[in-house]
Design a protein. Structure first.
Ligand SMILES: *Cc1c(COP(=O)(O)O)cnc(C)c1O
Length: 413
């Protein structure tokens, strides 16, 4: 039995296994791919497990900061040991209650998605006698790279349209309780290759320099976003970005000649690149059946434990191990839920499967548990095992319970 099969036998399936050594490797690789002084925000939404997240800040010289977007992610970041003062709070719908919680906990840096969002941040900061450092998230007019998920250049709930800033900026600079500290860009996720990633960053740096030069946008911190790629639920390696650092340095020399002295500060963001490769999802085969000439394997976990966003039209091309066996065949991997949408893979290449076998979905460390339909059909969440140096560090599971003691809205103030 392999080590992971032993863990599946010991703790049951569905089971996530996260290897912290792989998180540390990814963190080192990404810092090495960026210019020396760059900061890196870890997007907690990729995997907020406190031990996984803690590895991203354990090296004091190259520690990630946390990018958070809810009260739950704030709690997860604090539980993982990220100082609140280093967190970046993002998202288009920050409520008064969550802004109060964040500022009360010591968060001082916010990405601003609209003029209304900026006013809400300012009002919350003033309730706490604080001033919030705000990065204007920019929705650029155009963008360059090709990607699987694009979030800029079109009408969007994210960011402030570049072409409206000439008129808006003077009033944005005067919102009480706030100080405009720079800009935030996040135009793409999962870039297709290194060249398109670099092209997008070059474009972003050009737009930021233009905002500084033509509009006088204050720029103390520039978060130029991410797009660092990682296979999701399929075999494959974390990409190498060997040319990114020198390419970025050249672009910085051209647009921000003082960057080597630390002015302004620069940051990138990543979720999937940092943690995607640390995790594997193990599911047990509950049943095998044939239907009209097609093979089905029914697993004990489906979109309730992985790839719940499949229901949003993003069907995953999941592959499983062990594969490549001589007798491999095609089968559909269905989950246990009573919905025709519960598949981990349709007609995928699998070895002959039998009841009691365990299939492994690789590269499932990012957007696993938290991007799944946890409540649908009421099954328990997957168990999450953390290993380091081959040893089990912890075993846990997210539990839901209904609380009948809900305070009235507004009672938080
Ligand atoms: C989701 C998100 C990320 C992380 O994206 P990955 O593709 O996982 O790297 C980073 N920044 C922001 C603002 C996000 O919303």
């Amino acid at each position: 039995m392999t080590r992971y099969a032993e863990l599946a036998a010991e703790y049951g399936t569905p089971l996530y296994v996260y290897d912290l050594d792989r998180v540390a490797e990814a963190r080192r690789a990404l810092f090495a791919a960026l210019p020396e002084s760059f900061e890196l925000y870890y997007a907690m939404k990729a995997n907020p497990h406190p031990e996984v997240a803690a590895v991203l800040r354990e090296d004091p010289d190259r520690a990630c900061r946390a990018e958070i977007s809810s009260t739950g992610e704030l709690a997860a970041a604090l539980a993982a040991g990220f100082p609140a003062g280093d967190c970046l709070y993002t998202g288009p719908g920050k409520t008064a209650a969550e802004l109060d919680a964040a500022i009360g906990a010591g968060v001082r840096t916010f990405s601003v998605e609209s003029p209304g969002d900026l006013r809400h941040i300012g009002a919350a900061a003033r309730r706490h006698g604080a001033v919030a450092d705000c990065l204007l998230r920019i929705n650029s007019v155009s963008a360059s790279a090709s990607t699987s998920i694009r979030m800029t250049g079109a009408p969007s709930q994210f960011g402030i349209d570049r072409e409206t800033l000439d008129e808006l900026l003077p009033e944005l600079l005067r919102v009480p309780g706030t100080r405009i500290a720079g800009a935030h860009f996040f135009p793409l996720s999962n870039a297709k290759d290194e060249a398109s990633l670099l092209a997008e960053f070059e474009h972003t740096l050009a737009v930021a320099a233009e905002l500084r030069d033509t509009l006088g946008l204050p720029v103390r911190l520039l978060d130029i976003g991410g797009g660092f790629a990682m296979p999701y639920g399929v075999p494959g390696e974390r990409p190498r970005y060997d040319k990114l650092r020198s390419g970025l340095e050249a672009a910085l020399d051209a647009r921000f000649p003082d960057w080597r002295e630390g002015t302004p500060r620069f940051a990138c963001e990543s979720g999937r690149y940092l943690v995607g490769g640390c995790g594997e999802l193990l599911c047990g085969v509950v049943n095998v059946k044939e239907s009209r000439g097609r093979g089905f394997a029914i697993l004990d976990g489906g979109i309730n434990v992985f790839g719940g966003m499949a229901g949003l039209g993003r069907l995953l091309p999941v592959a499983v191990r062990p594969s490549g066996a001589e007798a491999s065949r095609r089968a559909t991997l269905a989950g246990p839920l009573c919905t025709p949408g519960d598949f981990l893979g349709r007609e995928v290449e699998v070895p002959p499967l039998a009841e009691g076998d365990v299939v492994a979905v690789p590269n499932a460390g990012a957007y696993g548990v938290t991007a799944s339909l946890l409540m649908f059909l009421g099954r328990p969440a997957a168990t999450e095992v953390v290993v380091r140096g081959g040893e089990v560090v912890s075993v846990s599971r997210i539990e839901h319970r209904r609380n009948f003691d809900v305070p009235r809205a507004g009672a938080h103030r």
